[in-house]
Design a protein around this ligand. Structure first.
Ligand code: B3K
Ligand code: ZN
Length: 855
């Protein structure tokens, strides 16, 4: 496959004013007619006229009414065109039913839908399918009213005509989008859909018609998403001054979708799992995720659509910023400390392994073979962290000023990271050239802090170092904002949070005037996405766990105690740390603390996180030992907290009717965290009771998981299936849960058995991920010494690749950590990687991933 480089960027060479598309829908032979007006871009008019196209059956192509000379190229055509404005007309035929890759125009349960980002529009018609070519689209859709009573595209609906006197009754709809956009934001949906409708009046008084479109029968699952949408619209006006810019905003739920959702202009398309919600079928975690994703896609209207990316290397320009904005939104809607901890947990679980392994790449990559492989935790989540650091460094006011400048200066542009940083430089007068390294250097910086106390002064000697990553042997120092506070030995804060700017490889920062030695609380709020090494003993951690005024660092102290306790039991077989258990009990007893926060306190580092830490410290992680230590710590917590668990459980039962708000959700989270431990004491008695009484999915699923842990779950599992067999999203949970709660030695077998279940519809990405994604999340099961799970996953990746390369490539990241493990496991995984890469016609997506993972 060909490698594309950022440094080779060249503009297209022509400008498009208008695009007119006509779709004559047919499940296996859809006709797409395009009429486009091109004119030379005189600044850069020195290259052949190249249009992308893939899997298109060309019926006709005309340039100014004549058949032009066409040269076929890989991935498209070059065409002889005049050196002056001209009219392009093409008719192609495509087959939506055969499109299992779910990219371009495809069918999901009899419904037509599209996914064009990143490069799917080229599967619809000949076009310059690149984000820097922006045009106004008018779309005419023709079909019949019986199969596709509802037809939607971007922008505003202009014209509808259904003629029921004819058979089949024709249906014609025209949509017009007044805003120029790149082709990746194009969307079309047609099918038998029903709407949950509402409206929103914007700050300047314009009424916007809102609709969430679903299959008949799912209407009752739309209300929560609609509320989330209205809150997002209001929040973007209040906080960023951004108003919506069309007469309608449509969301469509689709069952077969490669990722979460897509921000197509005025017509967001969602994986049904990321929009449909009801208390009976969705967990609190689902509700929270749905709210965040609806917000994320809506916020893209300004950060992504009005201002888009010049090329795909700039992906973090829209994704990092939009994640940052949706995280701010969640902070405002829910508890900010709880949200921050959850974001850091996700960053450590997904981004850190990526950044510290063979797939490490900068937030703005410099080359790729398949851009879909770069919609990563690094581009998204680290991309957001980078913006958070920028905001910390310049301050809230300057951030707001820079953002206003960004919207003013770049509205309607396809912009770059240079443009983004320039608005901050212009708004603040600050030189951001060193800061830019966060975009170009990959890897997680390791920050080491040494303390010195003399003459009433505490000095922090701080150094930074980033290990080499693929393609980047040496690293330059980055600017790292380190938020620090100081506590005196009584636990009172004597220095409130201040931000140290670490710029050099080594720097010292002094805090004079402390007659007794203060205890520093370092990297408050996780002010930078780094690894922190600190000389600190268990007593000081316990002190911070009891007294830190920064909620993130207070949680972090407990986390570090748990981490150290686990690592020493894996390495030295030591018993769980008493300071941790005592400290935890104090926190859990403190009723002034938010239940959701206390629930997070009860968690402990995952087994794969521990494997990474052991590897980091020069040990070879043994998955079975890590599993045993994790289980032992859970049991120790259950024993140590046995006197308070029943109370915690009982006091956090929600009596009021279900609400997905943060308050009651936090109570359920704490009760369920207590249940998990209680089950280790009562053998599942409480869980069985909860299962019978549960009237919402959060409680039903937690009870079922606890019962499975106690080996009491078989009956409930069958009942659960019978209850929910007709609800795809719930059955996804049923698949995942059985694998996640299997014994390590059984996980692969359980998963293999489930692949034979009649409901294992493996071409549906949600179902595939539910089962095989759960297997890779079960650390001890996936890495069981038999190698059975490696083989099973490889079998299914090989099977899925010709059908859906994007999902296959993404799921192959399960192997990215393989070099951490012992030689026997490396040989087992290596053999599977070889087997995958030897498949004839392996997709470009999977080839690139496997090649990078093998290193
Ligand atoms: N922009 C889309 C992701 C497209 C992924 C293409 N493989 C969703 C989002 O980030 O909002
Ligand atoms: Zn996004």
């Amino acid at each position: 496959p060909q490698t594309i480089y950022l440094k080779d960027y060249k503009p297209f060479g022509w400008i498009i004013d208008d695009v007119h598309l006509t779709f004559r829908l047919h499940p296996t032979a859809t006709r797409v007619i395009s009429r486009i007006r091109f004119r030379p871009d005189h600044d850069v008019h020195d290259r052949p006229f190249f249009l992308h196209g893939e899997d298109l059956k060309t019926i006709s192509i005309r340039v100014d009414g004549h058949e032009p000379t066409i040269y076929e190229q890989s991935g498209g055509i070059t065409v002889d065109v005049p050196d002056a404005p001209f009219n392009w007309e093409a008719e192609v035929e495509i087959n939506p039913s055969a499109n299992t890759a779910l990219e371009g125009l495809y069918m999901s349960n009899g419904m037509y839908c599209t996914q064009c980002e990143a490069e799917g529009f080229r599967k619809i018609t000949w076009y310059p399918d690149r984000p820097d070519v922006m045009a106004k689209f008018t779309v005419r859709i023709e079909s019949d009213a019986e199969h596709t009573p509802v037809m939607l595209s971007n922008g505003n609906g202009l014209y509808y005509e259904q003629d029921s006197t004819k058979t089949p009754a024709p249906n014609v709809t025209i949509y017009q989008d007044p805003w120029p956009k790149p082709a990746y934001l194009f969307a079309l949906v047609a099918g038998d859909l029903v709407a949950h409708e509402d409206s929103f009046t914007t700050v300047s008084g314009k009424e916007v018609h809102l609709a969430i479109w679903v299959r008949p029968g799912d209407e009752h699952k739309c209300a929560f998403g609609m509320e989330a949408l209205k809150k997002s619209m209001k929040w973007d006006e209040d906080v960023y001054g951004r108003e919506y810019d069309l007469d309608e905003f449509n969301i469509v739920a689709v069952d077969d979708f490669n990722m979460g959702a897509m921000e197509n202009k005025g017509l967001n398309i969602f994986n049904s799992s990321c929009v449909l919600a009801s208390p009976e079928t969705s967990t609190d975690a689902n509700f929270e995720r749905i709210e965040a994703i609806i917000a994320h896609e809506y916020f893209h209207n300004w950060t992504g659509n009005r201002i888009t990316c010049r090329d795909w290397f700039q992906l973090c320009l829209k994704e990092g910023l939009t994640v940052f904005r949706d995280q701010q939104f969640t902070d405002d809607m829910r508890s900010a400390p709880v949200a921050r901890i959850s974001n850091v947990l996700a960053l450590r679980a997904r981004q850190f392994p990526e950044d510290q392994g063979p797939l490490s790449h900068p937030v703005r990559p410099e080359s790729f073979q398949e851009i879909n492989n770069f919609y990563t935790a690094t581009v998204y989540e680290k991309g957001s962290e980078v913006i958070g650091m920028l905001k910390t460094l310049v301050g809230d006011e300057a951030y707001a000023k820079a953002l206003n400048l960004y919207f003013d200066r770049h509205d309607g542009d396809a912009a770059t990271i240079e443009d983004w940083l320039k608005v901050f430089e212009d708004a603040t007068g600050r030189d951001l050239s060193q800061f830019k390294r966060w975009y170009s250097q990959s890897g997680t910086p390791r920050v080491t802090v040494r303390e010195e106390y003399a003459q009433d002064t505490l000095t922090l000697h701080i150094s930074q170092r980033t290990a080499p990553t693929p393609g980047q042997e040496t690293k330059e120092p980055q600017i790292i904002p380190i938020a620090v506070g100081l506590l005196n030995p009584n636990g009172d804060e004597v220095q409130e949070t201040t931000v140290l700017e670490l710029r050099d490889s080594e720097q010292s920062f002094s805090f004079p005037g402390h007659a007794s030695r203060p205890v520093p609380s370092i990297l408050r709020g996780f002010s930078a996405p780094v690894l922190l090494d600190q000389e600190i003993d268990a007593d000081r951690r316990a002190f911070l766990l009891a007294h830190d005024t920064d909620p993130f660092n207070r949680w972090e102290s407990g986390r570090m105690l748990a981490r150290e306790s686990l690592l020493s039991s894996v390495k030295e077989g030591s018993a769980p740390n008493a300071a941790y258990l005592d400290g935890l009990k104090l926190v859990l007893r403190d009723d002034t603390l938010d239940p959701a926060y206390r629930a997070l306190m009860l968690g402990q580092p995952s087994q794969s996180e521990l494997a990474g830490l052991l590897h980091d410290a020069g040990h070879v992680p043994a998955p079975e030992a890590i599993h045993a230590a994790s289980e032992a710590l859970r049991q120790a917590k259950a024993d140590h907290l046995s006197d308070i668990l029943p109370g915690l459980y009982a006091d956090h039962q929600v009596e009021e009717p279900f609400s997905a708000e943060a308050g009651p959700a936090g109570q359920r989270a704490l009760a369920n965290a207590a249940l998990d431990l209680l089950t280790r004491l009562d053998g599942g008695a409480t869980a069985a009771m909860q299962y019978t009484r549960a009237d919402n999915m959060t409680q039903q699923l937690a009870a079922l998981g606890a019962l499975l842990d106690a080996d009491q779950g078989q009956e409930a599992l069958t009942a659960f299936y019978d209850q929910w067999r007709d609800d795809r999203l719930v059955i996804d949970k049923w698949f995942s849960l059985q694998v996640l709660h299997a014994k390590p030695g059984d996980a692969a077998d359980v998963a293999r058995r489930l692949t034979n279940h009649m409901d294992f519809d493996w071409k549906n990405p949600n179902r595939f991920r539910a089962l095989l994604g759960a297997l890779q999340m079960h650390h001890a099961g996936f890495h069981h010494e038999s190698g059975a799970a490696y083989e099973l996953l490889a079998d299914w990746l090989i099977r899925l690749d010709p059908v859906n390369p994007q999902t296959t490539a993404r799921m192959s990241t399960a192997f990215q950590t393989w070099k951490r493990y012992d030689t026997k496991r490396q040989a087992l995984i290596g053999a599977q990687l070889d087997r995958i890469s030897k498949q004839p016609e392996l997709s470009r997506d999977t080839t690139e991933m496997i090649t990078r993972i093998r290193g």
